[in-house]
Ligand binder design. Structure first.
Ligand SMILES: [Zn+2]
Length: 314
């Protein structure tokens, strides 16, 4: 069986599960069941949207987008985060109202049975996908299955909580369950929005990746070769690095270019798909950009005078 089959099956199962959970909410009027249904809806919407966005993000660079399309991922996580946040806020408002004006919930055993059926379907699909993920060594399927498992545990908590309401007569318990689930959803929303903000703000690679990068550069460092102004950024699945490579001024351009090529190759070998930009400079000279950052004024260079600006004929 293929990876796509598992993902399609999980999407179909999710639709059945959501319908059952909404039914459980309808027959009982429980905010707890409503929030549980909302979490499943949010998960399915997120998964479907992610599948769609991944297609765009995978498109190769073109003339309009020479750095690729990988940042499209951040639309997905940002929009998802906001949607999930709104859903959580709506549940919080509803649950808050129920706390101040407690309402009895009805047909709890029936609602719990329907919700339990939905949860059993979720559990079965999750276990089936975990087996498939192992066989196919697929991280995507495994992540999907693990997500489904957390959904199962939330539902179990909600069902037990709602069942306790008629037993104990505590009407406040139902909205409190709703609030706990909503806060959990809100936390997920926050991490999704943070992910897209990090990406749009050109956050650097992780510390582990940076350390690995320095290990590669260490192999080339010598009394002649020096690296500085190493900058990295991550755009979705792509990583970008730019740096200075300082070498003795008397080296031939060919020798310097050979060294630059070797460094670039070693970096790409260590991080496949990484976009590497290496600026070649002499030992004693910085680029004008760096000098300006250190509040130095640019020197005039005699060796390289640009052509005079083109004047329109009079
Ligand atoms: Zn430099």
């Amino acid at each position: 069986m293929q990876a796509r089959t598992y993902l399609r099956a999980s999407l179909f199962a999710a639709l059945v599960v959501i319908s059952l959970k909404l039914l459980a909410w309808k027959v009982t009027g429980s905010v707890g069941f409503l929030s549980d249904a909302m979490e499943s809806i949010v998960n399915v919407a997120a998964a479907a949207f992610a599948l769609f966005i991944v297609r765009i993000a995978e498109a190769p660079p073109d003339a309009d987008h020479p750095f690729g399309h990988t940042k499209a991922e951040y639309f997905s996580s940002g929009a998802e985060g906001l949607l999930i946040g709104v859903a959580a806020a709506l549940i919080l408002v509803e649950a808050g109202q129920r706390l101040t004006q407690p309402q009895p919930i009805s047909a709890v055993p029936l609602g719990a049975a329907i919700s339990a059926l939905a949860t059993a379907i979720n559990l079965g699909v999750a276990l089936w996908m975990l087996r498939g993920a192992k066989r196919l060594r697929s991280i995507v399927i495994e992540a999907d299955a693990r997500h489904l498992m957390t959904d199962v545990w939330t539902s179990v908590g909600v069902i037990i909580g709602v069942l306790l309401v008629p037993v104990t007569g505590w009407l406040w318990l139902d909205p409190v369950i709703g609030i706990i689930v909503a806060l959990h959803i809100l936390r997920e929303a926050f991490s999704l929005v943070k992910r897209s903000v990090d990406g749009l703000m050109d956050k650097s690679m992780t510390d582990a990746d940076l350390a690995e990068l320095q290990t590669v550069l260490d192999r080339f460092r010598s009394k002649d070769m020096r690296f500085d102004h190493v900058r990295t950024r991550v755009a979705g699945t792509r990583r970008f690095v730019s740096m200075h490579l300082h070498m003795p001024g008397q080296w031939s351009l060919q020798r310097a270019a050979n060294c630059r090529y070797s460094v670039e190759k070693a970096l790409i070998d260590a991080h496949p798909g990484m976009a590497v930009t290496i600026e070649m400079l002499t030992a004693g000279q910085e680029s004008l950009q760096e000098e300006n950052e250190q509040a130095h004024s640019g020197r005039e260079q005699d060796d390289c005078t640009p052509n005079p600006p083109h004047r329109a004929p009079e």
